[in-house]
Design a binder for this molecule. Structure first.
Ligand SMILES: C[S@@+](CC[C@H](N)C(=O)[O-])C[C@H]1O[C@@H](n2cnc3c(N)ncnc32)[C@H](O)[C@@H]1O
Length: 388
């Protein structure tokens, strides 16, 4: 059993439920009950919190919740990182590491909002991609009964721990070890598929395994930006829907248990010019739906934060051929670029279009994947579309 008795967690569970209701994330009684029932600390007895250490390095410091006086830290509306990629994690002192996170217990308000958006009904069979700690699988078990819940993760070690922790509170859903993009029990159709890792396109296996009128909810990673899409699957295997009003991003689905694949990029082209611009770094940073539009417009591009030798921070767009353009956060609204021209003009044209159309939010963008594999997004009122 968990070291902390569940009664000690009850007031914290109740507080978390009230907070999630106040934020509009929990919108129905069944999910309020599920969140009030499942003790998060059983699934997250330790986690890593980011801090800048005394040498100015950003590190992940290990935290424990096993003492009752530390329970409030687990029952916060916060993402708690629970695993680091061993290939990038370097120990910097007794309980701190650098490195990329490979698993976490998702922000509870994001999880609650997604579970509500799934419109689960009694008797639905649900597949979760990305078991992680098992906390969300436990919430699904509390709502539906463990016989209707399947959950899959690429990381075998996480699976083993999640299974044990679920059993501690008497849930025994089917927990599967494998790549959730295409590897789950044969012969089963799901009413709902929810992914807590992102994918660049909807895997065909998900569509094949969703019963007609079933729903897929996932984070779609479109490069520069991405977001949650809620798609209903019809009898012809077309998945059709839109980005959800509540945004949220997840770590990408990987093919290996612990490491992310590295992206090949050409070296950045030499700098060619600097000029005035109509779209600034602050415009890009503070407008999520605009970044989503940029991702639709500039399919191969990436958006990164660039730090110059003099400490100037910029937002930089870059393409696989080495072309780039960057605009600083402070000073005049200018863009400096290198390689093929045109990248930043497209960003400026997208900014003008987004403003002329009343700054549409992400849920004004539809998304569909056709049975033959092509996908498109569109702006809902005007029908302007992007083939993806
Ligand atoms: C944000 S965490 C999931 C959080 C989890 N739902 C919870 O409640 O703790 C994302 C998870 O996706 C898993 N993952 C990454 N790639 C995957 C893949 N191809 N198939 C299945 N799981 C994957 C990671 O190992 C990680 O545990």
């Amino acid at each position: 059993m968990s070291a902390t008795p569940h009664y000690a967690a009850r007031p914290h569970l109740a507080d978390l439920v009230e907070e999630l209701k106040a934020k509009g994330a929990i919108r129905s009684e069944p999910w309020a009950e599920a969140f009030a029932t499942v003790p998060r600390h059983v699934f997250v007895p330790r986690w890593y919190e980011q801090e800048t250490n005394d040498r100015g390095i950003t590190v992940w410091r290990l935290q424990h919740s096993i003492h009752e006086d530390r329970l409030p830290q687990v029952y916060r509306d916060t993402t708690l990182v629970t695993a680091l990629d061993p290939n990038t994690a370097e120990q910097v002192d007794t309980n701190a590491w650098t490195g990329f996170p490979t698993s976490s217990s998702t922000l509870p308000s994001l999880m609650a909002g997604m579970l509500e958006d799934l419109t689960i009904e009694d008797g639905h069979r649900v597949l979760e991609i990305g078991t992680g700690t098992g906390y969300n699988a436990a919430l699904l078990c509390a709502r539906l009964g463990d016989g209707l819940v399947h959950s899959i993760d690429i990381d075998r070690a996480l699976i083993a721990t999640a299974r044990e922790r679920l059993a501690q509170i008497n849930y025994r859903p089917q927990i599967i070890d494998g790549d959730g993009r295409d590897c789950f029990p044969t012969g089963i159709e799901y009413d709902r598929i929810i992914a807590t890792c992102s994918v660049p396109h909807i895997p065909p296996a998900w569509i094949d395994r969703t019963r007609p009128d079933g729903i897929i909810l996932t984070d779609l990673d479109l490069g520069i930006e991405g977001g949650l899409v809620r798609l209903s699957v019809d009898a012809d295997h077309r998945a059709f829907g839109h980005f959800t009003a509540s945004g949220g991003r997840f770590m990408p689905a990987r093919s290996e248990a612990t490491a992310y694949p590295r992206r090949d990029r050409a070296p950045l082209a030499p700098e060619t010019a600097t000029r005035a611009t109509t779209v600034t770094a602050a415009d890009i940073r503070s407008n999520y739906p605009f970044r989503l539009l940029l991702a639709l417009e500039l399919r191969d591009a990436e958006l990164v934060y660039h730090s110059a030798d003099d400490g100037t921070m910029s937002i930089q767009l870059q393409q696989p051929d080495g072309s780039w353009a960057r605009t600083p956060f402070v000073g005049d609204a200018t863009v400096t670029h290198g390689g093929l021209p045109g990248l930043w003009q497209k960003a400026e044209a997208a900014w003008a279009w987004w403003n002329e159309h009343g700054r549409p939010s992400q849920d004004r963008f539809g998304y569909a994947r056709e049975p033959w594999g092509t996908a498109r997004a569109w702006h809902i009122p005007t029908g302007r579309h992007w083939d993806l």
